[in-house]
Design a protein around this ligand. Structure first.
Ligand code: PMP
Ligand code: GLU
Length: 414
């Protein structure tokens, strides 16, 4: 069984002798997103009648809250179904700016903000605008699957720095300093992290910021899990930890995870005005505005009651505790402390290099594929996040699904 479908049609083998290569060098090595590919595989098996416990995709299983859906209906009825400003509605930019001022004391205005087609699109914009051919972007591993690919698409060079489970998968200031070269342009941070769920304290971010200032780097801080924080952890926005960081930081966020709005495709970036201006130009040429109706829904999400966020968080917290308990109970499994987001990054290395039935399983990829095949549990292989020997479970799924999935994992391992 292979994860990625072979998409070559018989026609793609046919090429008249005079024809040049079809694909640009930029995309030749591009892989599909492993998270989306695994989710597609799970859906395919489900459609074929298999019972599947799907822990593959990081997307809230809740419906988008009612007042947000209603705002979208109202927007359509009011005729807000046309182009907006390419970089997003001024009212939505205001709502985003207000949020950052109220919550983090950051003084961004509409001139700093670009509303995008999801946070993923914001990342694409940022790398296109910031990175020149050959410039390096430091990415701590484990990393979210799309980072390195988006950097490469922009002509940049991802420099992957591995972190350890002992240090809760956090990059240290020393590691950052060692990874810098003449060509380093930017550091990419994701806290709380996809895929590990670990998060940096304000103090740890401050130590990284000192190196950032010393080495004159930019920072892209992906803060999309800002509102999914557990226990005593406190979220700190990178731009706030030292004076002067706003000038060299691009913050990424959106409504996808906080408000269960993955399908609406609204994210944003907050950057120095000159950078934001170029992102707006890029967007005006590439995509025009994100969906107008979704933008109105996002305003309602940011400005309406936040009770829905608290309710979803309470549910995620129960699931997180359940996963932590089950992982600790199952022999040979472990995971870092889950401070935020909705992922358990499970160390499966003690269960590799052994037989399952009569099949030898050596790698996390084979382990995940075998688990899916034999027990119907879908997780994403750690290798896709630059961390072989691990498997990522998303607990953005029902408790019932999680209970069943861990039963099946236990069966699989014994
Ligand atoms: N950043 C991280 C860390 C993510 O996990 C995701 C997952 N969707 C994104 C960005 C992209 O979010 P969106 O769906 O808004 O594009
Ligand atoms: N970010 C989610 C995940 O990691 C959604 C999938 C994606 O956008 O790649 O599962």
């Amino acid at each position: 069984m292979t994860l990625f479908k072979d998409v070559r049609s018989p026609l793609s083998y046919w090429r008249p002798y005079s024809m040049k290569s079809n694909l640009s060098r930029r995309v030749a090595a591009l892989q599909p997103s492993a998270t989306l590919a695994m989710a597609a595989k799970a859906k395919e098996l489900k459609a074929a009648g298999r019972v599947i416990y799907d822990l593959s995709l990081g997307e809230p299983d809740f419906n988008t809250p009612e007042h947000i859906r209603k705002a979208a209906l109202d927007a359509m009825d009011a005729g807000y179904t046309h182009y907006t400003v390419a970089s997003g509605l001024p009212a939505l930019k205001e709502a985003v700016a207000k949020h950052y001022t109220a919550k983090h004391g950051l003084n961004y205005t509409a001139a700093n903000i670009t509303i995008t087609n999801g946070a993923k699109h914001a990342l694409h914009n940022i790398f296109t605008v910031l990175i020149d051919e050959g410039e390096e972007v430091i990415i701590p591993a484990p990393y979210w699957v799309s980072y390195a690919e988006l950097v490469k698409l922009a002509g940049g060079v991802p420099v992957i720095v591995s972190t350890t489970q002992e240090n809760n998968f956090k990059l240290t200031a020393e590691q950052l300093r060692d990874a810098c070269s003449e060509k380093t342009k930017c550091l990419l941070l994701c806290s709380p992290s996809n895929p590990t769920g670990s998060m940096y304290s304000g103090e740890e971010l401050g130590q990284l910021a000192d190196v950032v200032l010393e080495k004159d780097l930019w920072v892209v801080s992906d803060e999309i899990y800002e509102n999914l924080i557990y226990g005593d952890n406190r979220f700190v926005s990178f731009a706030t930890v030292r004076p002067g960081l706003e000038e060299r930081t691009v913050l990424v966020n959106g409504v996808s995870k906080t408000y269960a709005m993955t399908g609406w495709r609204i994210g944003w970036s907050m950057a120095p005005a000159a950078v934001a201006k170029k992102m707006a130009s890029l967007q005006s040429q590439e995509t025009s505005n994100p969906c107008s109706i979704s933008q109105y829904a996002a305003i309602a999400a940011l400005e309406g009651s936040q009770q829905c966020v608290a309710d979803m968080l309470a549910e995620f917290a129960k699931r997180r505790d359940f996963c932590a308990q089950r992982i600790a109970e199952i022999d040979g499994l472990s995971c870092p402390v889950m401070g935020g987001a909705f992922y358990a990054f499970i160390n499966i290395s003690k269960h590799l290099g052994r037989k399952y039935g009569d099949k030898m399983i050596e790698t996390d990829t084979d382990w995940c594929l075998e688990l899916l095949e034999k027990k119907g549990v879908a997780m994403v292989m750690g290798s896709a996040f630059g961390a072989p020997g691990y498997a990522r479970a998303s607990y953005a799924t029902s408790m019932e699904n999680l209970e069943k999935a861990f039963e099946k994992i236990e069966e699989f391992l014994s």
